[in-house]
Design a protein around this ligand. Structure first.
Ligand SMILES: O=P(O)(O)OC[C@H]1O[C@H](OP(=O)(O)OP(=O)(O)O)[C@H](O)[C@@H]1O
Ligand SMILES: O=c1cc[nH]c(=O)[nH]1
Ligand SMILES: [Mg+2]
Length: 219
């Protein structure tokens, strides 16, 4: 599977990643959400280079110009909650895309934060049949939410191409997605790959809880 890790290259993207990681900056919720959004914009731009294109003629006030434009029908799929600002950034650039929203949350077992199941309770999606599906979630920790969201969306058709667009992924999640997504039509795009998960399956060093940083703690 094709895995694209932008931390290997120097770009402005790394400055935004620094801000969502930095404990002295990340607690400004407005800035945190805006950083997820602008990373989404950059991801969309990078993914756009991987699409197929067609040439169209555009009438200007003076003549006709030939322009290459994307020739794929895109659906952006997002996992609540932390996916929302990131989704918004991707949608800022793929502004004609369809949109799918899936709720996935960790339901912890009575034994504490070490053990949980992922629950999916809500899906709102257009048909994804034959389309290019961009799955957006800033955190890819175990990879389970991403896989279960994908399986839930398969009830809406079979995508022709899949782009998993995350921000911080664990190496374990990258390996997991490599095993659980169709190899021939999936690309994983990440801003960084971190080495570890802690005992609560949080990414280390990671950023902490992305949903809480964006929207506040939940009970
Ligand atoms: O790869 P996984 O181990 O499945 O974990 C990743 C999931 O955890 C986060 O959501 P969370 O469950 O914290 O929900 P929230 O966005 O509502 O806080 C994140 O946005 C992913 O959806
Ligand atoms: O590190 C992690 C893991 C899951 N969810 C988060 O928000 N952060
Ligand atoms: Mg959370």
């Amino acid at each position: 599977m094709n895995v694209i890790d932008f931390s290997k290259n120097n770009s402005l993207l790394n400055s935004f990643v620094r801000e969502i990681r930095d404990i002295t900056i990340q607690n400004d919720r407005l800035r945190f959400r805006r950083n997820l959004e602008r990373i989404g914009e950059i991801m969309a731009y990078e993914i756009s280079k991987d699409l197929s294109y067609k040439t169209i003629s555009v009438t200007t006030p003076l003549d006709v110009a030939e322009v290459s434009v994307p020739d794929e029908e895109i659906v952006i799929g997002t996992i609540l909650r932390a996916g929302l600002p990131y989704h918004h950034g991707v949608l800022n650039y793929f502004d004609c895309a369809g949109n799918a929203f899936v709720s996935a949350y960790r339901k912890y077992k009575e034994t504490g934060h070490q053990s949980f199941d992922i629950h999916i309770e809500y899906i709102a999606s257009p048909s994804i049949d034959g389309k290019t599906l961009i799955l957006t979630d800033p955190m890819l920790a175990t990879g389970s939410s991403m896989e279960l969201t994908y399986r839930a969306l398969l009830t809406k058709g079979t995508p022709r191409r899949i782009h998993i667009a995350s921000i911080i992924a664990s190496q374990q999640a990258v390996d997991y997605c490599t095993q659980h997504f169709p190899e021939d039509k999936t690309t994983i795009w990440v801003a960084a790959i971190d080495p570890e998960l802690n005992e609560s399956s949080y990414i280390v060093p990671g950023i902490g809880d992305a949903g809480d940083l964006a929207y506040g703690e939940k009970i």
